[in-house]
Design a protein around this ligand. Structure first.
Ligand SMILES: *Cc1c(COP(=O)(O)O)cnc(C)c1O
Length: 374
């Protein structure tokens, strides 16, 4: 048996007529960029978040850096973020010419550890950039408290957690803007690239709309901007998929619950934790080997058994050689948790279209390795 890591084609087949209808509507309309389908999807996306505005952009990285620009974050400004994330979070800070200050993640949730943030704050700090890693919200209540105390902006990197909630808050409630990505493998993904900024702040929304379209608010260009738009074809695909996102997230939660129930007695791996009261949407289901030297053997065993397990993310950002250390980045405090996670993490197959046989096969193989590892 083989178990894939993604189910994109299956997902397409499951709702083919809805997607095809929207694509055809765009093709027949003759309006492919900044057209009516984009407007419709933006309205639906804002509504889904219970927020006022949503603006489509070219990808998730642009969503972040255009938000930094829209909020006036630039050279000399510091953004405190987590070292345990996909590289793009840090990249967006770098593109905005701001300085990234990396702090450790929480040992259990792997999201930014709020207790480490205050030590990283300096007079130059402008913003906190939490990431809702693997599909679970960061501790936004604690982050908001720190932001209020130090008068900081909060920008949520929500590339991995559309539909997630915390205990008494949802994404967007406690921040200035929410940035998301629609690249294929995200929970809400198109057949290509895409992103969006969701906010209640009218000025941020207006500024994103200006920046993404060559600085133009009306017909004539009157200030500098960029080209980072969400094409109407992608908006149509996403509009069809958005109607299913809650049911798909429920399926992810169902498979996660099965993994966790059946692997709970494994001696050599630890399981992901869902904070009580939170709704984790399991963009990724990540186990850790208890010992770092077990990670590669387990990964190899699963891969050789036909299970397409992966590793997110094998190198924490503060350990990436490619990052511009010194001038535009610094590390605040020790980073033991992110380093442990990077060294021990394994992502098991996780997508809504998994079957019970596939999930059970992954469980069997993981337990088989676990017994052999002592
Ligand atoms: C995917 C991702 C991004 C970037 O999104 P792109 O659309 O690939 O630019 C940013 N942050 C996180 C945490 C991500 O997972």
């Amino acid at each position: 048996m083989t178990v894939p890591f993604y189910g994109h084609v299956q997902q397409y087949h499951n709702i083919k007529s809805e997607i095809d209808t929207n694509i055809r509507e765009v093709l027949e309309s003759g309006q492919y960029v900044m057209g009516p389908m984009l407007k419709r999807f933006e309205r639906e996306l804002a509504e889904y978040h219970g927020m006022k505005y949503a603006a489509g952009v070219g990808n998730g990285t642009d969503a972040l850096w255009l938000t930094f620009l829209a909020l006036g974050i630039g050279p000399g400004d510091e953004c405190v973020t987590t070292t345990n994330t996909f590289f793009a979070t840090a990249e967006a800070i770098w593109i905005a010419n701001a300085t990234a200050v990396f702090v450790d993640s929480d040992a259990r949730t792997n999201c930014i550890d709020p207790s480490r943030i205050e030590a990283a704050i300096t007079p130059k700090t402008r913003a906190l950039v939490p990431v809702h890693l693997y599909g679970q919200c960061a501790d936004m209540k604690a982050i908001r408290r720190i932001a209020d105390k130090h008068n900081l902006l909060v920008i949520e990197d929500n590339a991995q957690a559309i539909g997630a909630r915390g205990d008494g808050f949802k994404v967007g409630d406690l921040s200035d803007a929410v940035c998301t990505s629609f690249i294929t493998q995200k929970n809400l993904g198109t057949f290509g690239d895409g992103g969006a900024v969701v906010t209640n702040n009218e000025k941020v929304d207006r500024e994103i709309r200006r920046l993404r379209n060559h600085g133009s608010e009306k017909r004539s260009c009157h200030s500098m901007g960029y080209n980072s738009r969400l094409d109407d074809i992608h908006a149509g695909i996403l509009s069809a998929k958005l109607k299913h996102i809650d049911e798909w997230n429920d399926m992810r939660r169902k498979w996660s619950a099965r993994y966790s129930a059946c692997l709970k007695d494994a001696r050599n791996v630890t399981l992901p934790c869902e904070v009580p009261g939170y709704r984790h949407v399991f963009h990724l289901y990540i186990v850790e080997t208890r010992r770092p030297e077990h990670r590669d053997p387990l990964l190899t065993f699963l891969n050789e058994s036909g299970v397409d397990a992966k590793c997110h993310y094998p190198i924490a950002i503060h350990q990436q050689e490619g990052y511009p250390w010194g001038k535009q980045a610094r590390i605040a405090g020790p980073i033991p948790n992110s380093e442990r996670n990077a060294g021990c993490c394994i992502s098991l197959p996780m997508f809504p279209e998994l079957t019970q046989q596939e999930v059970d096969y992954v469980i069997d193989k993981t337990l088989e390795w676990d017994r052999s590892a002592g």
